[in-house]
Design a protein around this ligand. Structure first.
Ligand SMILES: Cc1cc2nc3c(=O)[nH]c(=O)nc-3n(C[C@H](O)[C@H](O)[C@H](O)COP(=O)(O)O)c2cc1C
Length: 213
C-alpha cells in the first residue's frame, strides 16, 4: 500500500476522556482489528491505523523527523489512555509497534515538551496470536517502557485468533496486583458478561480460522 502522508489525511478528533487505539497490524481489518473492536467498540474509542502513516525507523541523526510520527503523537496526545493493538509477531509486538516505541525516543530528545505530556498517561495492549496465551515475557517491554516514560501500564488483553473464546479471554494478562476493575474502568470497557457471552459472541460463526497466519 502506498504511504499517505498524515498532513494529507483528515485528522481524527480525539476526545480527551476516551482511550485511543493505535492499530499496529499488517492488516487493517485483521484479527487484531476485530479484537480491538470487541474490547473497545467504535463509540468507546477512536482507532488510528499506523499502516496508513509514513513513519520511519528511529534515527540518531533525526533523519525521519519530518515524517508522520510527530503529527501522529500530537493527534494521540489528548487521550489519557493509549491502547496499542498488535498481533504477536515472533513472540513479541509487531515491528510497527516496536517502531512506534523506538520513535518515542524523539520525544526524549528534540521534542521534550511532547515527551513531558506522556507522564501520567495510561497504556494498555490488545493482542492476538495463534497460541492459546501470551508468551511470559510479552508484557515486560511495555511495563519497563511505561516505567521509564512515567506512564501507567494497565495490562494486555489477549485472545487466540480463531478461538471460539476470542471475545472471552480478555484480561488474561492484567499484571498481578493490579486492580482489574480499575483497568476496565480506565479503558471504559463494558463488563465482560454483559455482551460477551458465547451466545452473543460477535466472532461466532465467522471464519476466523481462514484469516490466521
Ligand atoms: C510474521 C508473523 C509472526 C507471527 N508470530 C507469531 C507468534 O510468535 N506467536 C503467535 O501466537 N502467533 C504468531 N503469528 C500469528 C499472528 O499473531 C496471528 O495470526 C494474528 O492474529 C494476526 O493478526 P492480524 O490479523 O491483525 O495480522 C505470527 C504471524 C506473522 C505474520
Amino acid at each position: 500500500m502506498k504511504a499517505v502522508h498524515l498532513s494529507t489525511l483528515c485528522l481524527m478528533h480525539i476526545n480527551p476522556n476516551q482511550p485511543v487505539i493505535l492499530l499496529t497490524s499488517s492488516r487493517s481489518n485483521g484479527n487484531t482489528f476485530d479484537l480491538s473492536r470487541i474490547v473497545l467498540p467504535e463509540d468507546r474509542a477512536p482507532l488510528i491505523d499506523f499502516s496508513i502513516h509514513n513513519i520511519g525507523c528511529f534515527s540518531y541523526s533525526y533523519a525521519n523527523a519530518g515524517d508522520d510520527f510527530l503529527p501522529l503523537v500530537e493527534q494521540l496526545m489528548p487521550s489519557p489512555v493509549w491502547v496499542i493493538a498488535t498481533p504477536l509477531h515472533w513472540y513479541t509486538m509487531s515491528a510497527q509497534a516496536k517502531t512506534f516505541f523506538d520513535r518515542l525516543s524523539d520525544l526524549l530528545s528534540f521534542r521534550q515538551s511532547l515527551g513531558h505530556q506522556l507522564r501520567g498517561k495510561a497504556l494498555a495492549v490488545i493482542s492476538t496470536g495463534t497460541t492459546p496465551s501470551l508468551p511470559s515475557a510479552f508484557n515486560q517491554p511495555f511495563e519497563l517502557s511505561c516505567e521509564y516514560l512515567g506512564m501507567n501500564f494497565l495490562g494486555s488483553y489477549y485472545a487466540q485468533s480463531g478461538s471460539r473464546y476470542f471475545c472471552r479471554k480478555i484480561f488474561s494478562s492484567v499484571p498481578a496486583g493490579k486492580n482489574r476493575q480499575k483497568s476496565r474502568d480506565r479503558l471504559c470497557l463494558r463488563r465482560p458478561d454483559s455482551s460477551a457471552s458465547p451466545r452473543s459472541d460477535p466472532t461466532r460463526g465467522r471464519n476466523m480460522g481462514s484469516r490466521m497466519t
